[in-house]
Design a protein around this ligand. Structure first.
Ligand SMILES: [Zn+2]
Length: 169
């Protein structure tokens, strides 16, 4: 489901968010991973749409990304993969350098252009610390969600994003 031409993403569809969070039990971090957003931003959106948040303890129980993340952190901190090597740090399993996801910096270099709104950087082998250009693929959020098929992917008729027509200048 590519983004319709001339449209831009302005928000997560609240119905989709509710489905992922309440029905499928994804955590804010799981959802953030799909959207390439921070978990904090997803948390703010839950508040905004009046979706009741789980306690931290409950959240940890349902979080699907935690195991994968801790696995991806093990043994991967040596040499170039250690963000300190380049003066960065790790946030939610992603390498941050210069206040920006390093995967975004590498992808922009690889594709020779800036990422656009609604685009995410997918790690092909699933290792979010492996930021080699050949491991990175730029796609739209919708494509990304469909690709990961978390919780069985789309429910029929549900779309993750609302669109609005881009303002002509
Ligand atoms: Zn991905």
């Amino acid at each position: 489901m590519p983004m319709p031409k001339g449209y831009t993403i302005y928000d997560i569809d609240p119905g989709w968010l509710k489905q992922k969070y309440e029905v499928e039990g994804l955590s804010t971090t799981d959802i953030a991973e799909l959207c390439d957003y921070s978990a904090r931003h997803i948390s703010r959106l839950l508040d905004k749409h009046g979706i009741k948040k789980r306690s931290r303890l409950e959240g940890v129980k349902t979080e699907k990304s935690r195991e994968k993340r801790s696995r991806s952190m093990t043994g991967k901190m040596a040499g170039e993969k250690n963000p300190r090597y380049k003066g960065g740090y790790i946030s939610s399993g992603y390498m941050m350098i210069g206040g920006k996801r390093y995967s975004h910096t590498v992808a922009e270099k690889k594709y020779g252009r800036k990422l656009q709104a609604g685009e995410v950087v997918h790690h092909i082998n699933g290792d979010t610390l492996d930021n080699r250009p050949e491991n990175l693929q730029v796609m739209t959020i919708s494509e990304h969600v469909a690709m990961h098929q978390v919780g069985g992917g789309y429910r029929k008729g549900m779309k993750p994003w609302n669109y609005k027509r881009r303002k002509e200048k």
